[in-house]
Every structure is written in structure tokens, then in C-alpha cells.
Ligand binder design. Structure first.
Ligand SMILES: NC(=O)c1ccc[n+]([C@@H]2O[C@H](COP(=O)([O-])OP(=O)(O)OC[C@H]3O[C@@H](n4cnc5c(N)ncnc54)[C@H](O)[C@@H]3O)[C@@H](O)[C@H]2O)c1
Length: 352
């Protein structure tokens, strides 16, 4: 966890006329932010308020090239040079978009992430993956470029909805599955107590140790995609079918889709690698109890499978590769999964 002097120290290394802020408009409008009710956040506001600021609406539908252009134009309009710093304040959408715009503006300027959602504190703001959605595909265009720093202030979570906290917690559960059984069960107990904050450190430790070893996802980093193959397809289907569902943004929150993907992954891991059936049951229980059943009917599982064929993580056309689990703490990458097996896992997921 950080304090504001960490940001002051970073900012002091730049010409103050060359520091820029991109912020989620929900935070700018948020009364707690404006009234500076939180001590460290008010300090943060003081540090950043003098810099040119661009407010963006953080919606998955806006995670587009058009919004990236808006950030590029903002930087050009303010004569940002190659020595500029961009501070991204927001959830995963702002960090991904701001990170991409910074990584490509004049071949790359420095950026700092200040994540404000549980999902971005525990996952999206770390590891340097940036990008935007294209042709209906999640994060289809992007680059990997590490932020100068990621600064965590948990008090942002005080204004975050329960739904968004659960969304973030799915990535923490994923990291528990990647680490070990004790951590996984501690994380699940914390969920029962609605203690969302303690898991952040575990998730960051898991992600950072993997990214340090394989920053460009040549091998080990693939394990972080656990649950994401089915998850991304469900999320994309949600974006295509978006029509005012129960979710705040009208589309399935990223972490909910990941949690559904983890259930399907666990089912496949059980039938293909002998993962203990109790893990499938535990994850199914968590899903029904906290995240709810699948939010839409799927008459045609082929639609989800077709989306999975387009997953950018597949290395060869016409096959689907996934990360599966042999045991908790023992992920196996590049597992080729056949359509019939996927169909079976989706039937299971949709039957819960
Ligand atoms: N780059 C990566 O490694 C990586 C990893 C995981 C997810 N992602 C991406 O992250 C995105 C999801 O991130 P997210 O869940 O943070 O979404 P988000 O940025 O859309 O934030 C979710 C919602 O919370 C609101 N919000 C943000 N901070 C708030 C606060 N403190 N109080 C109240 N409301 C607040 C936002 O306005 C938005 O409505 C997806 O696009 C996903 O693809 C990226």
C-alpha cells in the first residue's frame, strides 16, 4: 500500500508542465472525491489538481480506438513531449486505455497507474498489458509496456459498489488457485467475511512474480490467463448482447466473466487432468452464492466456442488452447481442448 509521498517523488522527476492526468469521470463527479473526504485521496487530489486533466467515461463500450485518439489528442493539444508523464486514475478501463495511449504516443512516454477498483488494484494496473477492444474482440489491439509505478490507495474502495468489488475478487480467487491450497482457502474465507482488501497483496505478489520472469508472455505468464479463455468469450457475448442487463454498465463485469470461466476451466481440468472434483464444487458454490447463475440463456454454445477460436492467445488457427489446473498451485498451459469437451463444460456451467 502506498502513500502520497510516493506520487510526489515520482512527479518531482518531471517538468511540472509535462505531467498529465487521465481520470475516470465517475471519480471526478464523485462527491467524496470532490469534497476530499479521504485523507490520502485528498492529498492525491492536491498533487494532481494542477495538471491538465482529461475525464473519460469508463465503460467497456468506450474502450475503443476513438477514446485512445481522444487521449492522444489531449497530449498533442497540451504539447506533451517525449519526456512527459501520464497519470491514469481509474479502474482497468482507464489504466488499459491510458497505458496504451502513453505507450504509443511519440513512441512511448512514461505512465503511472493509480487504480481505483479492486480489479485494477489486484490485476489490471500491474504487468504492463495495455490496449483496447476492436471488432468486438476484447483487448484485440495493445502493447505490453510496464508502468513507471502502480500506486495502491485502498480507500478508493469505500465508494466502489459491491458488484465491482466481487468483480475484482474473481481475479484474487484466480491467484489463490495459482498459488496454493492454503492461500486459496484463506481467500475464500475472506470472501465470506466480505474482507476484500487483504487479497490484493496476494494477487499482486502472484502476478508480479510471474511477470518478472516472463514479461512478454512467452511461456510462464500464460498461467495468468486461467479462466480467461471461456471468460473472455462470455464477456464478448455479453458486450454483443448488451441490452440493459442487471449490471451497472449493461454488460457482464470482467471479473464475473472470469469467475464463470474459472468454473468451466475447473470442470475441464477435472475431466482432462483429474483435478479434484471438490474444487469444481467449491467454485460452483461460490459462483451461485455470490456471483449468480449465468445471466443469459445460451441456446447455442457454438457461439461461445466460435469466439474462443478467435482468442488472441491461440497460436494456431483452428484449435483452442487453454490453461488448466492439475492441482491447486499446478497450472498447465497450452492444453488443447476439443469442442465436445468444451460443450460439456458449458452445459455444466449453464446448468448451475
Ligand atoms: N491490463 C490487464 O492486465 C488487465 C487485467 C484484467 C482486466 N483488465 C481490463 O480491465 C477492465 C475492467 O476493469 P475494472 O473492473 O476496474 O473496470 P472499470 O474501469 O470499468 O471500473 C468499473 C466501474 O467502477 C467505476 N469506478 C471506478 N473506480 C471507482 C471508485 N473508486 N468508486 C466508485 N466507482 C468506481 C467505474 O466508473 C466503472 O463504472 C476490462 O476492460 C479488462 O479487460 C486488464
Amino acid at each position: 500500500m502506498n502513500n502520497c509521498s510516493d506520487l510526489s517523488l515520482i512527479v518531482s522527476q518531471y517538468d511540472p508542465r509535462q505531467v498529465f492526468v487521465v481520470i475516470d469521470s465517475a471519480l471526478e463527479l464523485c462527491p467524496d472525491y470532490k469534497n476530499q473526504n479521504y485523507s490520502n485521496i485528498s492529498e492525491l487530489v492536491n498533487i494532481t489538481s494542477g495538471f491538465p486533466t482529461l475525464c473519460l467515461e469508463a465503460k467497456e463500450m468506450n474502450k475503443t480506438l476513438k477514446t485512445v485518439e481522444q487521449i492522444w489528442n489531449f497530449l498533442f493539444d497540451h504539447h506533451a513531449t517525449r519526456k512527459a508523464l501520464l497519470i491514469n486514475i481509474g479502474g482497468g478501463i482507464i489504466c488499459d486505455l491510458g497505458g496504451f495511449a502513453a505507450s504509443t504516443y511519440k513512441r512511448g512516454i512514461d505512465y503511472v497507474n493509480i487504480p481505483t477498483t479492486l480489479l485494477s488494484m489486484s490485476d489490471a494496473a500491474w504487468g504492463g498489458k495495455t490496449g483496447f477492444n476492436y471488432r468486438g474482440m476484447k483487448n484485440a489491439i495493445g502493447v505490453i509496456r510496464q508502468p513507471k509505478a502502480t500506486l495502491i490507495f485502498p480507500s478508493w474502495l469505500d465508494t466502489l459498489s459491491e458488484q465491482e468489488k466481487l468483480s475484482g475478487y474473481a481475479e484474487i480467487i484466480k491467484c489463490g488457485l495459482l498459488k496454493d491450497s492454503t492461500t486459496f482457502h484463506t481467500i475464500l474465507r475472506a470472501l465470506e467475511d466480505r474482507d476484500y482488501v487483504n487479497g490484493i497483496a496476494v494477487a499482486v505478489e502472484v502476478k508480479q512474480s510471474v511477470v518478472r520472469e516472463d514479461p512478454n508472455e512467452q511461456s510462464l505468464r500464460k498461467v495468468l490467463n486461467l479462466g480467461h479463455s471461456v471468460g473472455h468469450a462470455i464477456e464478448e457475448l455479453g458486450i454483443r448482447n448488451a441490452s440493459g442487463t442487471k449490471y451497472t454498465q449493461g454488460v457482464i463485469p470482467h471479473g464475473y466473466a472470469v469467475l464463470y470461466g474459472l468454473v468451466a476451466m475447473a470442470y475441464l481440468s477435472h475431466i482432462l487432468l483429474g483435478l479434484d472434483r471438490r474444487i469444481v464444487t467449491t467454485l460452483s458454490h461460490i459462483m451461485v452464492e455470490y456471483y449468480g447463475r449465468m445471466p443469459f440463456q445460451c441456446k447455442d454454445y457454438k457461439e461461445i466456442i466460435n469466439l474462443m477460436y478467435c482468442d488472441k492467445k491461440n497460436e494456431h488457427e483452428g484449435e483452442i488452447r487453454m490453461v488448466l489446473l492439475r492441482h491447486i498451485g499446478e497450472p498447465v498451459t497450452d492444453q488443447i481442448v476439443h469442442e465436445e469437451e468444451l460443450m460439456e463444460s458449458l452445459e455444466y456451467l449453464f446448468s448451475l
